[in-house]
Design a protein around this ligand. Structure first.
Ligand code: R2B
Ligand code: URA
Length: 313
């Protein structure tokens, strides 16, 4: 199958209608006797995935290891779930690459910074969910970002991730060739999350496009990196054009989240708090306490969504 070609599109349509199961788009996959998820330190030969993860319905991911630990305690408290000895062990403790915590139907996993790191984690996570025979899973990134024209602390729910030219697509290099895939996210899930933001009414919550970049400094038009060969005027012209194209915030993983969820039939969403208004500056000089408070906002919103969803069952 040519990546990004008509056969891939046809397979996508077929998978989308597959009753909420996880679709591994890999004809070689079924021939594997054992699958080692190397960066998680887990494997089908050593761990019973259906027993460990079969009940997972919500997967929340975020860059920071400590944020994902905070989130599992927060959501467990919201759902009234107690961990063993009131602690939630790191399921990936045998590696230092990523952390993973579980409380009932919620899995909390870190992905590091940027799409290469997030992509590796997502490949192994999606295989894990498939091996565990999970179905109807929603995957939500809880992140931080730089805002465009928003008061810092606003929460942005991504409609579509866009690239540095504001197109809703991600170019991946596969077998040395460029493959372009769509980065539109699940519309219904984004709307449900927006509804939760309105119900909470605790902080400014908006929907919009999220620009996903390959770098934090030059890639996000910052003037404060070790290298910068453009002017303040050029920076503002670019960020203003992004804003006019519907970009509300800038971060570094939304596109790969969208692509991998689209390809495998998982409902995906991205919810990020803005730490600063990029039309006004580049440096993030929030205190630890202020940063911790802002980082909680996506957790509060998604916690409300999960609680609401589970109470309907
Ligand atoms: C937001 O914050 C990180 C960079 O500081 C990156 O992971 C992202 O998307
Ligand atoms: N994360 C980013 O990628 N950019 C910002 O400006 C802030 C957080």
């Amino acid at each position: 199958m040519v990546p990004g070609g008509p056969a891939e599109k046809k397979a996508e349509e077929k998978h989308a209608s597959n009753e909420g199961s996880i679709n591994i788009k890999n004809p070689h996959f079924d021939k594997m006797k054992e699958d080692v998820l190397y960066h998680f330190g887990l494997g089908t030969g050593t761990h019973n995935f259906p027993t460990m993860f079969g009940d997972v319905k919500f997967v929340c991911i975020g860059g920071d290891t400590s944020r994902m630990k905070t989130f599992i305690s927060y959501i467990a408290g919201q759902l009234g779930i107690a961990g063993p000895g009131n602690e939630f062990p790191n399921i990936c403790a045998s590696t230092d690459r990523y952390v993973m915590y579980k409380a009932g139907p919620v899995l909390s996993v870190s992905h590091g910074i940027g799409m290469p790191s997030a992509s590796i984690m997502l490949h192994e996570l999606i295989k894990l969910l498939h091996h565990a025979r999970c179905s109807n899973v929603s995957l939500i990134r809880l992140g931080t970002s730089g805002g465009l024209g928003l008061e810092p602390g606003s929460v942005v729910i991504t409609k579509q991730a866009v690239d540095a030219t504001f197109k809703p697509q991600l170019q991946q290099m596969i077998l040395g060739k460029p493959v372009i895939r769509s980065t539109v996210l699940d519309k219904e899930l984004a709307e449900q999350l927006m509804e939760c933001g309105k119900e909470l009414n605790q902080f400014n919550t908006v929907t919009g496009n999220t620009m996903c970049t390959l770098d934090f400094y030059e890639g996000q038009a910052r003037l404060d990196g070790a290298i910068c060969l453009f002017t303040q005027e050029e920076k503002l012209k670019y960020l203003t054009a992004a804003h006019e194209a519907g970009v509300k915030n800038i971060e570094m993983e939304s596109s790969i989240v969208a692509v991998m969820c689209n390809q495998t039939g998982i409902r995906g969403a991205v919810v990020c708090v803005t730490l600063l208004n990029r039309l006004q500056g580049d440096q993030i000089n929030l205190s630890r306490e202020a940063l911790a408070e802002l980082e909680l906002r996506p957790q509060i919103l998604v916690g409300h969504f999960i609680k609401k969803h589970l109470s309907k069952k």
